[in-house]
Design a protein around this ligand. Structure first.
Ligand code: PRP
Ligand code: MN
Ligand code: MG
Length: 178
C-alpha cells in the first residue's frame, strides 16, 4: 500500500501533535459546556477519535454520513444524507468534525441544515483545508493543516474507499487514479 504513495505530507507524529493542540483549544473553547460533536462519516473517523481523546470536557458524540462524491474524484455538487443524526440539534453547541474541506459543498450543506434545525452555535474543526478547491463560501474555525491542490489520502481520506487506514497523510501517485 505504501508504494502507491508519492510523498508523505504529514507524518503520524505531526498529525498527533497537531491534534493534541486542537484538542486543547477546543477544551478551552467549550469549558463548562456540553457540546455535540458531530463526525462526518466516513472520512472524519480517525481524526475524531484522536481529537476527542485530547478534549478535556464533556462531549456528546454523534455521526452524520453525507456523501457528495459518489465514488468519483470530483464532487458531484449534490449532497446526499446517507445517515442522519440520532440527536436533536436545537439549542445545542455543535462541533462539526471533518477530515478535509475541499469544495466546501459538504460543509456548506451541513451548516445550513443545522442552522435550520436551530443549533445554538456551530464550530467547525477540520484536520485539512484545501482552499484552492473552494466553491462554497465556508471556512473552518479550526484547521490542522493546509494542503496543496493534490490528491491526498490517508488517515480517513480515501480513493475509491482505499487508504483510509494509513496512519499518515500522503499524496497518491497519479498512475493509481489516472
Ligand atoms: C470527503 C471528505 C469531506 C468532503 C470534502 O467526503 O471526507 O467530507 O469530501 O469535500 P467537499 O468540501 O468538496 O465537499 P466524501 O463525500 O468523499 O465521503 P467520505 O468521507 O465517506 O469519503
Ligand atoms: Mn467525508
Ligand atoms: Mg471520500
Amino acid at each position: 500500500m505504501h508504494n502507491e504513495i508519492e510523498e508523505i505530507l504529514f507524518t503520524e507524529d505531526e498529525i498527533q501533535k497537531q491534534t493534541k493542540e486542537l484538542g486543547q483549544t477546543i477544551t478551552k473553547q467549550f469549558e463548562g459546556k456540553f457540546p455535540l460533536a458531530i463526525g462526518v462519516l466516513k472520512g472524519a473517523m480517525p481524526f475524531m477519535s484522536d481529537l476527542l481523546k485530547n478534549v478535556n470536557t464533556h462531549v456528546e458524540m454523534d455521526f452524520m454520513d453525507v456523501s457528495s462524491y459518489g465514488g468519483g474524484m470530483e464532487s458531484s455538487g449534490e449532497v446526499r444524507i446517507v445517515k442522519d443524526l440520532n440527536t436533536q440539534v436545537k439549542g445545542r453547541d455543535l462541533l462539526i468534525i471533518e477530515d478535509i474541506i475541499d469544495s466546501g459543498l459538504t460543509l456548506g450543506y451541513l451548516v445550513d441544515l443545522f442552522k435550520h434545525r436551530g443549533a445554538k452555535s456551530i464550530t467547525i474543526v477540520t484536520l485539512l483545508d484545501k482552499p484552492s478547491g473552494r466553491k462554497a463560501d465556508v471556512s473552518a474555525d479550526l484547521v490542522g493543516f493546509e494542503v496543496p491542490d493534490a490528491f491526498v489520502v490517508g488517515y480517513g481520506l480515501d480513493f475509491e474507499e482505499k487508504y483510509r487506514n494509513l496512519p499518515y497523510i500522503g499524496v497518491l501517485k497519479p498512475e493509481i487514479y489516472s
